[in-house]
Design a protein around this ligand. Sequence first.
Ligand SMILES: Cc1cc2nc3c(=O)[nH]c(=O)nc-3n(C[C@H](O)[C@H](O)[C@H](O)COP(=O)(O)OP(=O)(O)OC[C@H]3O[C@@H](n4cnc5c(N)ncnc54)[C@H](O)[C@@H]3O)c2cc1C
Length: 394
Amino acid sequence: MKILIVGAGIAGPTLAFWLNRSGHEVTIVEHAPTLRSGGYLVDFWGAGFDVAERMGIVPELCRRGYVFTEARAVDRNGRRIASLDPESVIESNERYLSIPRTDLAAVIYESLGGAAELMLGDTVQDVVDDGQRVEVAFESGVTRHFDLVIGADGLHSRVRKLAFGPEEQFEKYLGMVVAAIDVDQYPERDELVAMMHADVGFQAIRLSFRDDATLLLFSLRYDGEVPTERAEQESLLRLKLGDKGWEVPQMLAAMSDAKNFYFDAVSQIRMPSWSTGRIALVGDAGACPSFLAGQGSALAMVEAYTLAAELARTSDHREAFARYEERLMPLIRSKQDAARGLGVAFAPKNRFQLLVRNSAMKLMGLPKIGDIVMGRSFHDRVELPAFPEQTPAH
Ligand SMILES: Cc1cc2nc3c(=O)[nH]c(=O)nc-3n(C[C@H](O)[C@H](O)[C@H](O)COP(=O)(O)OP(=O)(O)OC[C@H]3O[C@@H](n4cnc5c(N)ncnc54)[C@H](O)[C@@H]3O)c2cc1C
């Protein structure tokens, strides 16, 4: 089949890799003019790690990634409150790493070896599904036809909007915004330690990268209108966090020169179904668990792999879409429910929640306790289907 994938993030290229394996003709359209670099870090483990292994990309992910050995919570004076080994919490048997999201996307894309057509700097303007095929009008003015269109265009998916309706129908705002800021030559460094400071309403995290780069991450309780322009977003951070303790003022001072500045609402996408006719969604576009889940990339890969495996099993896309949903909807719902409960860890609402967060971090530093407290949210209760060797004629 001729399949259009919209979005070259994590889910899109993963899907292209596996669709290509079963002989489909794949086009990817990405609205960014180039495949980006830098940006925020994602922790990566669980069933997504298994998909990466099946793709043969784990060695390259390890080469570009990091294994943080400590998450350290400090108070407003920088004194250690708690310390834990991430590995002991998720018990991944060393199948765990952290990697910039754009590096993960690049490694997946490179694994395609040019097997998919890539249209950069363009996007879909309209999609018309007549039951036999989908007519796609691109913003560049071109019109083309595809057998299927898959939206892998992230939290604010255009495909979802065009085929399923406005974002507001499906977005659940979790009362928080997140900012991820890449800075160079930040003076404080702690190699392979995630430094964290939380107080009522926010958390600030600092991570040291190679080449003297540093990632600053803020999560902030916020009930107002979420600003969309960088200048307003920076002002909001300064206004809400300017008088906080630890290194927060120093972090805010470094913010203006940042080469990569990401800011968005912390939201989930909850949909009753991920497909309509010949159009379907993968990754954040249909099932964003929010950054609180810490697993969106890995889940996006699991979804892409499962969708491709189901499409390889049958020539009936309706059957494949239904089975994809049936297999994964329960897992996604449970991840989303668990993530909603983690807001207390990322930005405690009040003094009591702050106390709970700090006590939980202390407890999680004790052997086995981390897994007991958090294991339920971190373990993936899903069995990946085998990828069919023989595929039906499409
Ligand atoms: C601060 C932060 C921290 C996170 N930490 C983690 C973590 O620790 N672990 C983890 O697993 N996940 C984490 N996540 C979540 C993770 O980044 C996402 O779940 C994951 O990137 C989803 O992959 P995706 O391919 O669905 O979407 P994306 O990675 O968002 O990719 C979407 C792609 O579509 C493109 N696009 C968008 N609109 C259009 C359009 N109209 N036309 C064409 N292309 C378009 C975008 O440019 C992008 O390339 C975090 C997220 C944030 C914000």
